[in-house]
Design a protein around this ligand. Structure first.
Ligand SMILES: Nc1ncnc2c1ncn2[C@@H]1O[C@H](COP(=O)(O)OP(=O)(O)OP(=O)(O)O)[C@@H](O)[C@H]1O
Ligand SMILES: [Mg+2]
Length: 580
């Protein structure tokens, strides 16, 4: 246990020191040498104290002129002074180099002494507990920050992701408890007592309602980390920008919510999107997520940039050129999106906003498109059409077991969702996927309501510019079946023969090639073996260091290659025939 005693030598000023003078004196004695940690205990992120990442490049007129006015104004009008204010505050409180002037009394007035044996660093880890509740043997003194109202400011708490398996488990446990509570009032008191004594804290820590609102605690990370190139799309929720990350030089799609977040339903949507991305991890057919943060009361999500735009863009372009997707392309599209959906559904989630503008295209396979999340169905994807379809815009994702449904686009909405039947939500994604394929096949724009809307939900397919083969049409019909139990699951679609027949041909060709290579390799080994046997039978004819081993029935050592032994090659023995 270390007790830090601050000795304040009072100057002989000829007057009794006031509290203000005392604070000024103390502030000159204290040395804030670790701004990263102490700074955060004040409720700011470590970004508040980052003079070392302040690059002169960022403030150069050339780059600032490249920044889009969309993100830097008009909001920057509000943001700039705030950033300035935070910088100056952090300089005063944090930077060891810039702590030359005394800390103003106003700032020190916000410092309270409270009872805790913690250092500022350990305070961070205990930030969820109020200072007064810290259990200690005897009073110790340390510094906490207090807000203007006199309340202690705790380090930012952590949001609860409702989609993690642990949260889902706890959430359904809680639901079960609630059900039991209403079923059996007599039992209620006993269980309440039990839950209070045993698991109340745990539940509090895991249940979503207490999640913290998104706060703009940070500086403009967007501007300092990214160079905006262009706006690539505007959706209902946000605008999406193509950006280069200054550090790694790679392209990203950065989505920024259009409306301020705090307390709005947009905030819930934004959080849902982030939660879902974070839980889903990487899959070749789901747009990859890198990071998310709040800035100026707007959510910013950094995603993989898909260079082919959205399926909706491609449908529009093709329509203009009077081109339509071939049946092979449509099958490929259906198969790839089914793989993405299979992955999402297997994580216990549903997308609920599948439509062409939420399916993205990568022309060139990126690192994330190869190797990660591969399953047995995808091993020959590289030989298929050459584009990768990815499911994006996870703003409506919800858990299939305890759904909180925010209906997606009504044009793609399954009827059962409208009727609030959430018993088989994955099948709503399948229905929306069926309509998406029909749009790609050239179906006219879908209605938002009315008779035509209902006709589609009765399983009546629209007229297409080019007839599809009966098996494929039959499959699409199944995806739109009014009886949701008849719709195939994403898993079944991934294995469906109609979608797999092309693949089967490709796999057969690849297997034939591999078989030929293996046959050739076997022939070479047989030849090698035969010659080794011959050498063993007539040892006088051979003088070879590997002969001994050849006699013992194995290949001559000198004939073996240490590197590339399995590669197909012309064979040569490194031995000499007597007399040569
Ligand atoms: N990762 C990406 N790569 C390339 N383009 C993208 C990407 N993400 C979004 N876009 C473009 O931005 C548009 C809007 O994106 P997104 O669907 O994520 O926003 P949204 O506001 O949730 O849309 P909505 O709610 O209307 O579906 C897309 O249709 C697409 O054109
Ligand atoms: Mg969208």
């Amino acid at each position: 246990m270390v007790v830090v005693v601050v000795v304040v030598p009072l100057r002989d000023s000829g007057r009794t020191p006031s509290m203000a003078t005392l604070f000024d004196e103390i502030s000159q004695q204290l040395d804030f040498t670790s701004c990263g940690e102490e700074g955060t205990s004040s409720g700011h992120s470590s970004d508040d104290c980052t003079p070392m990442i302040h690059s002169p490049r960022l403030s150069s007129p050339r780059l600032s002129s490249l920044r889009s006015p969309r993100l830097s104004s008009p909001s920057s009008g509000r943001r700039a002074p705030r950033v300035q204010r935070q910088r100056s505050r952090s300089n005063t409180l944090c930077s060891p180099l810039q702590c030359t002037s005394p800390i103003p009394y106003a700032a020190w007035n916000k410092l309270r002494l409270c009872d805790s044996p913690s250092t500022p660093k350990s305070l961070l880890s205990k930030s969820s507990q109020p200072c007064s509740s810290t259990k200690i043997g005897r009073p110790k003194r340390t510094l906490c920050f207090a807000s203007a109202s006199g309340n202690f400011i705790q380090a930012p708490s952590v949001n609860v992701n409702p989609f993690t398996p642990e949260t889902v488990r706890r959430s359904s446990e809680q639901q079960w408890k609630d059900r039991c509570r209403s079923d059996n009032d007599q039992d209620y008191g006993r269980r309440l007592k039990h839950s209070l004594t045993s698991s109340e804290e745990d539940d509090d820590a895991f249940l979503p309602p207490k999640r913290r609102a998104v706060q703009a605690l940070m500086l403009s990370r967007y501007e300092s980390e990214f160079l905006e190139l262009e706006c690539i799309g505007v959706g209902e929720f946000g605008a999406v920008y193509k950006c280069v990350k200054r550090l790694d030089g790679c392209l990203y799609a950065i989505k920024r919510s259009r409306q301020p977040l705090a307390g709005s339903t947009n905030e819930q949507l934004a959080l849902k999107e982030v939660y879902a991305h974070a839980v889903l991890g990487h899959h070749p057919h789901v747009v990859r997520y890198y990071s998310a943060w709040a800035e100026d009361d707007h959510m910013i999500i950094q995603n993989e940039y898909c260079d082919g735009g959205s399926l909706s863009d491609v449908i529009a372009t093709r329509k203009m050129r009077e081109e339509i997707f071939s049946e092979g392309e449509l099958k490929d599209l259906l198969l790839q999106v089914s793989m993405g959906l299979k992955y999402i559904h297997s994580a216990g989630l549903v997308h609920l906003d599948i439509k062409p503008s939420n399916i993205f295209i990568c022309q060139r396979p990126s690192a994330s498109a190869s190797g990660e999340g591969e399953s047995e169905e995808e091993d020959d994807r590289s030989t298929s059409a050459g584009v990768i379809y990815k499911i994006g815009d996870l703003g409506h994702v919800t858990s299939s077991s305890s759904p909180q449904v925010e209906e997606g686009d009504s044009r793609f909405l399954a009827k059962e969702v409208l009727h609030e039947d959430y018993s088989q939500l994955p099948k709503a994604d399948i229905f929306a996927l069926g309509l998406t394929i029909l749009r790609a096949a050239g179906a006219p724009p879908l209605p938002q309501n009315g008779d035509e809307w209902h006709r589609l939900r009765e399983g009546k397919l629209p007229k297409l510019p080019k007839e599809l083969s009966p098996p494929f049409r039959g499959l699409l019909q199944l995806l739109l079946d009014p009886d949701l139990t008849k719709r195939p699951s994403a898993r079944e679609l991934c294995k469906h023969t109609v979608l797999r027949e092309d693949r089967t041909g490709r796999v057969a060709a690849r297997l034939r090639r591999e078989l030929n290579v293996e046959k050739f390799r076997t022939a070479m080994l047989e030849k090698e073996l035969q010659e080794a046997r011959q050498a063993a039978l007539s040892p006088d004819q051979y003088h070879c260091p590997g002969l001994k081993s050849a006699k013992m029935g194995s290949l001559p050592k000198s004939g073996r290659r240490l590197v590339g032994g399995k590669a197909v090659r012309s064979m040569s023995f490194g031995c000499f025939v007597n007399g040569d």
